[in-house]
Design a protein. Sequence first.
Length: 79
Amino acid sequence: MCVLGRPFGLRQMAKNGKTVVLMRDMTDTMYNPKMPPMVSHFKGTELIIDHIEKYVCPTITSDQILGGKEFRFKGDTGK
């Protein structure tokens, strides 16, 4: 919602010719697991990141900027 739909979000910046990238391991969603597609919060975040990579812009992880290991939210066992 915030990183995509705001007037200064990724979609709008990409539409206006800016080079944009999403840091995926620093991204979280306002996804409700009780609503379709009824998957875990972490899977919901993974799905929106997949959407962003497919339709909006490339992504990176924090280790590509900071070194070390990419960040992982407690309980996230995904990708």
